[in-house]
Ligand binder design. Structure first.
Ligand code: PRX
Length: 651
C-alpha cells in the first residue's frame, strides 16, 4: 500500500449541527452521560470494559484472559473461552419469547415473500449443517458461498459457523474468474450457489458462472445448488447437488460445535492497492462481540424494531449488519433480493411502508440515485414508521445527508453515519444517536473502546482541522486477525507504517469539537458505489487482453457512484485505437472481474506518466481524468511531455 507523498489538505467546511430530539434521547439506549461513562471506562481499564461487554454473548466455556497482545500485531481476544456464533444467533433465542419472533422477513425481487421465525431459521440451519457434514465438511474447511440475497445465503453462513467451517462469501456480481481466484486462494472444498438470482427483472446466471469457475478450481469437490429462479442449469453428475434434495434428507438435530474464541469464522476478500485480493480473516468471539454490540448501540436497538440493511451479504456490511450482529441481538430483519428501481424507483419506500421498517441502513451511492430519481417516489409513501437512518461505505456528501434527513427521515430521525472497514469487522466511528448531535458529512466520534486518531506522517496527532491519516491505536475485539495465507502482507499493509498502530489508509481531519471527517482512501484503491476495488486488479484485467501493452486505472469523481473508473491504455504495436476496441475492453474487464468494475471511460495513450524508476504516477492521471490542473510536485516525472500530450487528447 503506497503512502501518500504529502499530507492531505481538507477543504470541506460544514457548520450545521443536528441534536437528537428530546423524545429520542429519553427513549435511547445510551444517552450522552452514559456514553461518556463508557468511553472513560474503556480508556481507563479496557480489559474490564471489554470483559463486561462480552457477557452479552453466550459462552460455553469462560475465557481466562481478555486480550493477549504479546504477539502483536496478532491479537487474541477472550483467550481460552469457547462459544459458537450460530448458537448465539439462534439457539439462545428459542427459550423465550423470541422463539416465534420473525428473524428474517424476505422480499424477492419478483414480489414473492417469506418470513422465517427464529425457530424456523434454526431448523433450516441445523438441517443444512448436517448436509454439509454428510458431504465431509468439518472444522476449519473453507466453503465458498456465491448466492443471491435470499435467506438461504444466511442459512449457509450460519450452518458453516455451526460446524466450525469457514465461509468465504463472494458477491454475486463477481465473474467466474473472480470466483475461481477466491476458491483457489481459500482452497475451498465446497461451493454453494443458486441457479440464479433476480436483478432488474432478469436472472443473473450464477450456476453458469460457477460451472466456468469450477473448471479452474481444483480444490472444490462439490457444488450445492439452490433452485431460486426455476431456470434450466446443467448438473454435473457426482459433483452438483440440489439444495432441496439435501434438505429433504437432513436431520434437524445438530448441536452447535463449541469453538475456541479465536476459531476462524470467515474469510472475506477485499481489494488492496497491489497484488491479488486480500482474504481478510475474522475469528469467532471478538467478531461476534463487535458486530452485535455496535448493532445494538449504534442502531439504538429496540425489541420491536424492524431493521433493514440494504447491503448484500457478499460485503462485510451484510456479514456484520444483516447476519451476525442483528441475529445475535434477536432482531427482526428485512432482506430484499433485488434492485432499488424494480419494477419502479420507489421499491425501497414501498418495502419500508409494507413492513413498517423502523431502522434503515443504506449507502450514499444509493441515496444519490434516489435524489436523481426524484422526490415524488419517497413522497408517495408513508415512511412514518422510520425512527433512525444509517449510512455506510463512503463519505456522505452534506447535501445528500440533508436530502436523506428531510425526505426519508422526515426531519425527525437521527442519521448514523458509520465509518468502518472489512478489516475492522464492525463500526468504529459513528454517533450513538441518543448521545451525539450529528453534523452532515461527519461520522462524528469513535465508539467507546475505539482509540481512533488522526496523525501526520510521523504518527503525531495533527492539530484541529488539519488533514492527516486515520489510525487506530489500540487493538479491538472485531479486528481482522490476518490475511488468509499471507501473514507478511497483513503486517506490511496495516502495521508497518506506525509502530503498534493500525493504519486504515483513509485520510481524515478532526474538527474543533472532536468530530472526525473521513475524506477517503489515500492509496490507489477506488471506492465505486461504496465498494472497494483495486486499481491493480482492473489494470491486470486490461493487460491480459491480447491488444493491450500497459494500463493505468484511476478514479474520477462521479455524482452517482462516488468514483467512476477511468482507464488509460497503451496498445501493442499494430493495433488501432477504435471505439469498437474501447467497447471490447470494457466487456473484457466485466468478464474478468464483474459488472461492478465496468470502466466508465477508456482513454488510449501512447505513453503513461512514470517516475524515473518506472512507477506509474497515478495522481497525475487522476487530475487528467477529473479535468483538473496538476498542482503537486512533478519533479520525479520522467518525461514532462507525456502530461501535456494527455491533456491535449482531452481537449
Ligand atoms: O474509505 C473508507 C470507506 O470505505 C472503506 C472501507 O471499505 P470496505 O472495507 O469495502 O467496507 C465498506 C463497508 C464498511 C473505508 O476505508 N468508508 C466506509 N464507511 C465510510 C467510509 N468513508 C467515509 N465515511 C463512512 N461512513
Amino acid at each position: 500500500m503506497s503512502s501518500p507523498e504529502k499530507n492531505i489538505t481538507s477543504v470541506l467546511k460544514e457548520t450545521r449541527v443536528f441534536p437528537p430530539s428530546a423524545d429520542f434521547v429519553a427513549a435511547s439506549l445510551v444517552d450522552a452521560k452514559e456514553r461518556d461513562r463508557l468511553a472513560e471506562w474503556a480508556k481507563r481499564d479496557p480489559d474490564a470494559f471489554w470483559a463486561e461487554q462480552a457477557k452479552s454473548l453466550h459462552w460455553t466455556k469462560p475465557w481466562t484472559q481478555v486480550l493477549d497482545w504479546s504477539n502483536a500485531p496478532h491479537a487474541k481476544w477472550f483467550v481460552g473461552g469457547q462459544l459458537n456464533a450460530s448458537e448465539n444467533c439462534l439457539d439462545r433465542h428459542l427459550t423465550g419469547p423470541r422463539k416465534n419472533k420473525a428473524a428474517i422477513i424476505f422480499e424477492g425481487e419478483p414480489g414473492d415473500t417469506r418470513t422465517l421465525t427464529y425457530q424456523q431459521l434454526h431448523r433450516e440451519v441445523c438441517k443444512f449443517a448436517n448436509a454439509l457434514k454428510l458431504l465431509g465438511v468439518g472444522k476449519g474447511d473453507r466453503v465458498t458461498i456465491y448466492m443471491p440475497m435470499v435467506p438461504e445465503a444466511a442459512i449457509a453462513m450460519l450452518a458453516c459457523a455451526r460446524i466450525g467451517a469457514m465461509h468465504s462469501v463472494v458477491f454475486g456480481g463477481f465473474s467466474a474468474d473472480a470466483v475461481a481466484d477466491r476458491n483457489n486462494d481459500a482452497k475451498s472444498k465446497i461451493i454453494i450457489t443458486a441457479d440464479g438470482g433476480w436483478r432488474r427483472g432478469k436472472v443473473v446466471p450464477l450456476k453458469a458462472n460457477v460451472d466456468a469457475a469450477l473448471e479452474k478450481s481444483p480444490t472444490v469437490e462439490k457444488c450445492i445448488v439452490l433452485n431460486r429462479c426455476n431456470t434450466a442449469v446443467e448438473m454435473k453428475h457426482g459433483r452438483d447437488l440440489w439444495w432441496h434434495d439435501l434438505m429433504a434428507a437432513g436431520s434437524q438435530h445438530c448441536p452447535a460445535e463449541p469453538l475456541d474464541s479465536e476459531h476462524p469464522l470467515f474469510i472475506l476478500y477485499t481489494s488492496g492497492s497491489t497484488g491479488k485480493p486480500k482474504g481478510v480473516l475474522h475469528t469467532t468471539g471478538g467478531y461476534l462481540l463487535g458486530s452485535s454490540l455496535t448493532h445494538k448501540w449504534v442502531f439504538d436497538l429496540k425489541e420491536d424494531d424492524v431493521y433493514w440493511c440494504t447491503a448484500d451479504v457478499g460485503w462485510i456490511t451484510g456479514h456484520s449488519y444483516i447476519v451476525y450482529g442483528p441475529l445475535c441481538n434477536g432482531s427482526t430483519i428485512v432482506m430484499y433480493e433485488g434492485a432499488p428501481n424494480q419494477p419502479k424507483e420507489d421499491r425501497f419506500w414501498e418495502i419500508i411502508e409494507k413492513y413498517q421498517v423502523s431502522v434503515f441502513y443504506t449507502a450514499p451511492t444509493a441515496i444519490r440515485a434516489f435524489i436523481k430519481w426524484g422526490d415524488h417516489h419517497p413522497k408517495g409513501h408513508d415512511l412514518s414508521s422510520l425512527r433512525l437512518l444509517g449510512s455506510v461505505g463512503e463519505p456522505i456528501n452534506p447535501e445528500a445527508w440533508m436530502w436523506y434527513h428531510k425526505l426519508i427521515g422526515g426531519e425527525r430521525c437521527p442519521i448514523v453515519d458509520t465509518w468502518w472497514q472489512t478489516e475492522t469487522g464492525a463500526i468504529m466511528i459513528a454517533p450513538l444517536p441518543g448521545a451525539i448531535p450529528t453534523k452532515p458529512g461527519s461520522a462524528t466520534k469513535p465508539l467507546p473502546g475505539i482509540e481512533a486518531e488522526v496523525v501526520d506522517k510521523s504518527g503525531n496527532a495533527v492539530p484541529a482541522n488539519s488533514g492527516g491519516f486515520l489510525v487506530v491505536k489500540r487493538p479491538w475485539p472485531s479486528m481482522m486477525r490476518t490475511i488468509y495465507g499471507d501473514d507478511e502482507r497483513y503486517k506490511t499493509t496495516y502495521w508497518s507504517h506506525y509502530d503498534g498502530i493500525y493504519f486504515t489508509a483513509d485520510g481524515a481531519r478532526i474538527d474543533d469539537d472532536g468530530y472526525i471527517w473521513v475524506m477517503g482512501r489515500v492509496d490507489d484503491v477506488l471506492n465505486v458505489s461504496g465498494h472497494r476495488l483495486s486499481t491493480m486488479e482492473v489494470e491486470s484485467a486490461l493487460v491480459n487482453h491480447p491488444k493491450v501493452a500497459e494500463a493505468a486505472v484511476v478514479g474520477k469523481p462521479d455524482d452517482l457512484k462516488g468514483e467512476g473508473i477511468v482507464c488509460f491504455v497503451t496498445l501493442k504495436q499494430g493495433n488501432e485505437p477504435t471505439d469498437a476496441l474501447k467497447a471490447e475492453l470494457k466487456a473484457h474487464v466485466v468478464h474478468n472481474i464483474g459488472a461492478l468494475a465496468r470502466p466508465d471511460d477508456i482513454k488510449f495513450t501512447e505513453t503513461l506518466p512514470k517516475t524515473r524508476s518506472g512507477k506509474i504516477m497515478r495522481r497525475f492521471l487522476r487530475d487528467v481524468a477529473a479535468g483538473r490542473q496538476s498542482t503537486g510536485d512533478a519533479t520525479t516525472l520522467e518525461d514532462y511531455t507525456v502530461l501535456a500530450k494527455l491533456r491535449e487528447d482531452e481537449e
